[in-house]
Design a protein around this ligand. Sequence first.
Ligand SMILES: [Fe+2]
Length: 379
Amino acid sequence: LLTLPARRHFLFSAAAEFHDGGIQLRFVPAACLRQGMVNGKDLWGQGGLLLLRQGHIITDTHIARIVSLGYFGVYIADNLSKDIEIEGVIDDNLRQRTSHAIKNIFIQSEKTGNPQALDVPALKRIAEELVDNILSHQHLMVNMIDLKIFDDYTFVHSVNVAVLAVVLGIALDMGKDELTKLCLGGLLHDIGKVFIPKHILNKNGRLTAEEFSVIQAHSEQGYKYLKNNWEIPVTAQNAVLYHHEKYNGTGYPEQKKAGDISLFGRILGIADVYDALVSERPYRKALLPSEAIEYLLGNAGSHFDPDLVRLFVRKVAPYPLGTCVTLSTGQNAIVVENYENFCTRPKVKIIDDSPEDTFIRLADDYSAQNITITAIANI
Ligand SMILES: [Fe+2]
């Protein structure tokens, strides 16, 4: 075990004013929130509405609202969080603007059905801005809970898929032009859903086989729609067409296999499933990031390109920073650092009453070889 002094440095000046020594937060799932906790990060709602300001004390009314809106949880500033420095892979404001822009594009497409009406230059500018932003944070692993603070599923999901795809594209050493095209594909991957009847798309109960095939048509419909606008890059069009193909040929619409599925299509397939799994849906609870990573690994080679899954798990943290976990020793700890090469073995800080901070580097502390993370702690 290592006992180290607490690290402190500034990441953003605005937050430094709020909390001495930089952004120091931990993520608390919605079910574990308690009255009196201090909100650590502005919480935005639908349509750019500020729901809860950074620094505000959380009340039971706030908690009820956070739960009813389906939030994954919020960032809290407290004693436990004093060594956790959270920096998102994209800026909150940019994420929010992108989500609104995508929403407008979906509304416009549904209203007109005319691909020529798409403002592609504006969309490309957004994609470029996203790519620049992610490139400037490329040293970070993705903390997926960072991407979960808005409640408008389809549009937030589109942004998340684009972000995850670009992260994977960067890991593949793609240039900026390629990344921008990949980002466009991610942002538009589900555009075909605007042509699916709402009563089927939003149905809460079990879908009939016929309804299921109507929904499955969205990838082809999206492709046909975008194909009629020459400003959309062909690789992005194909990514939309192939984002539900599976590596073993059991996907749709063309049952393509392995390398016959375009690279962008294989990338979007992973990003799409990962984000869907860690999102709360009306018909099922969200999976934990660690569970979603297990799912990807379990289906690598059958549903997903195994080489891409291997890269993905280096970049997306199964135990995001600020997650409270229980160790096999029975102790609770908080994740303070992640390592690309040892994604399930982060550095953690033990939560106890001792005045000294105790850190364990699960990846390489010799004395920690037998210690495992057994659960997400409810504290
Ligand atoms: Fe889709």
